[in-house]
Design a protein around this ligand. Structure first.
Ligand code: HXC
Length: 516
């Protein structure tokens, strides 16, 4: 006897078939020609093979239903799957369907997975490729964005939120990614701006391309909007998987431990020679970072933006840490407005998600000059000070060389209650550098001297001998130990172990008022 399949089951096959085709082969080819993958191809690359479970594949927007139009999936594919076996939620905008434009149904699909993710405590990854608010839906489309923004804010600090910009992202639509923790962009195919080149031309009569105005390089190096940039969709999605491997799934968990088979007791004698004897000579802080981290693996955040401060994720003894380091090879490692804001945001991210902070210090001070002062170095520097001070995760500091003045205090010092701090013997913990100090303290004496230059040099040398070391601070108990550079990795791992169960509280309040 021939079994006849129920007509609804047959219909389901057909409906799914239609949805899987998205905007059709012609538009898919167009997407590929432009160097972009389709929304589904991207999900396949992002998630563990075969792990994607789609939700709402049949959903279309109310407006589409009334107009009798079919917008497969309403321009977005949503669901969940795993990355290295851990659950994540994902939405992927389908540019082949009405340009991935966002209307009511599209937004409802995104909101549904955001709500689920917040409930179960898993990250949300958004793959953005959209022409913005669906113009035909008018104010419904604007309301739809608002619903997403509201959820982005409520999920902030609860679950990691990651945005990949893989096509256009314009107008108010930029504000959802902007609220998420990390923005990835793809070179050449992605751009983000609040007002596009046409509006710029009309309002301020300036010709500018989309790429110049809001391409990946612009946001990676000038605006600081993007944290990561990759040459194509494939490398971008691979990097998202890597980022997820460092993170806990939510703010109640700790990051997963990953053993990279790098012995915790490993020492590096070369570090004893890293800091040059001449205090004016620079060196590359990355050498120290790579040396101490497990397997020399380091995922740097915003490498092209404010490179005078280095922020990123690595592991020590298998445990994820957030690393913040001054880079003496750029602007002598001085803190400026951008570096302060970059550092502060990263510190707050780590604190939100129980990631211990390790701070490597070589800072001659804040960057002087009207540009910095007028740009708000007081406000921006205060952000970094505030962020370190309020962080309740384990906080460890190693002073490698310069630690001068206010910048010394700000860089996770003992005085703002880091848990444990070390100094290398090469550390110079002082109110200011030898030259500046000599000029201030001995100005009159030197002016009156027979040989001012000789006296200046003598006084400067005395100051250097007396103040430019870690021993005065160690005698006062402001430094927990002066350590041999070669032992840094081992000492950090041991310290993280003792701080593992640290309980840190904050005063009872709604929230503090970080100087934004
Ligand atoms: C409806 C849209 C659309 C939109 C694109 N499409 N954007 N439909 N609403 N916002 C449709 C197109 O009509 C076209 O349909 C298909 O998507 C592909 O678009 P193309 O223009 O052919 O593609 P391309 O040449 O690659 O150009 C992409 C684009 C352009 C640069 C994004 O489409 C564009 O400028 N779109 C409008 C962008 C915009 O102004 N959005 C509103 C931003 S303000 P067919 O059927 O012809 O294939 C905003 C406010 C958010 O978003 C507020 C939040 C609070």
């Amino acid at each position: 006897m021939v079994e006849i399949m129920h007509s609804n089951i047959l219909e389901l096959y057909e409906l799914r078939e239609d949805a899987l085709e998205g905007g059709g082969q012609k538009r898919i080819d167009h997407q590929h020609k432009g160097g972009k993958l389709t929304a589904r191809e991207r999900i396949d690359l992002l998630l563990d093979e075969g792990s994607f479970e789609e939700l709402d594949i049949l959903k279309v927007g109310r407006n589409a239903v009334s107009a009798g139009e079919t917008y497969p999936g309403d321009g977005v594919i949503t669901g969940h799957g795993t990355i290295n076996g851990r659950e994540v939620f994902v939405f992927s905008q389908d540019f082949t369907v009405t340009g991935g434009s966002l209307g009511e149904g599209h937004s409802q699909k995104i909101c549904k997975i955001m709500d689920l993710a917040a409930k179960v405590g898993s990250p949300v990854i958004g793959l953005n490729d959209s022409g913005g608010a669906r113009i035909q839906e008018g104010v419904d489309a604007l309301a739809a964005y608002g619903e997403i923004f509201h959820r982005n804010v409520n999920a902030s600090g609860v679950i990691p939120q990651i945005s990949c910009i893989m096509g256009p992202c314009a107008g108010g639509a930029v504000y959802s990614p902007a609220i998420t923790d990390f923005i990835f962009m793809v070179e050449q195919t992605s751009y983000m701006f609040v007002t596009g080149p046409n509006v710029v031309k009309t309002v301020i009569h300036k010709e500018i391309t989309s790429e110049e105005l809001g391409g990946s390089q612009t946001h990676a190096s000038k605006s600081g909007v993007a944290q990561f940039v990759y040459p194509n969709d494939i490398l971008c999605l691979r990097a998202v998987r890597q980022l997820i491997s460092y993170l806990p799934s939510n703010n109640r968990q700790k990051a997963p431990i990953l053993d990279l088979n790098d012995p915790p007791e490993r020492t590096d004698p070369a570090l004893d020679y890293l800091v040059p004897s001449n205090p004016n000579q620079s060196y590359d802080m990355n050498v120290l970072i790579k040396s101490i981290l497990d397997g020399a693996e380091f995922l740097e955040v915003q490498p092209q933006y404010a490179p005078n401060i280095i922020c990123g994720l690595g592991r020590l003894g298998g445990q994820t840490i957030g690393l913040v380091a001054n880079q003496p090879a750029v602007l002598a490692g001085a803190l400026d407005n951008n570096a302060s804001a970059k550092g502060a945001r990263f510190v707050r991210f780590c604190d939100s998600f129980n990631i211990p902070l390790v701070c490597l210090v070589d800072v001659p001070g804040f960057m002087p000059g009207p540009e910095q002062e007028h740009g708000g170095i007081i406000r921006h520097g205060a952000k970094l000070l505030y962020a370190f001070t309020e962080a309740t995760v384990p906080r460890i500091t190693v002073i490698v060389r310069k630690a001068y003045g206010g910048a010394y205090i700000v860089m996770n010092s003992k005085h703002i209650h880091c848990d444990i701090n070390y100094a290398w013997p090469t550390a110079e913990i002082a109110v200011m550098g030898a030259r500046g100090a000599t000029e201030v303290i001995y100005r009159k004496e030197i002016k009156a001297a027979e040989n001012p230059e000789a006296l200046f040099n003598e006084k400067m040398e005395n100051y250097r001998k007396h103040f430019m070391n870690p021993f005065l601070a160690a005698k006062r108990g402001y430094i927990d130990d002066v350590i041999f550079p070669r032992d840094t990795r081992h000492r950090l791992i041991r310290t993280l172990q003792i701080l593992e169960n640290k309980k840190g509280g904050r005063p009872d309040r709604k929230h503090g008022n970080i100087p934004l």
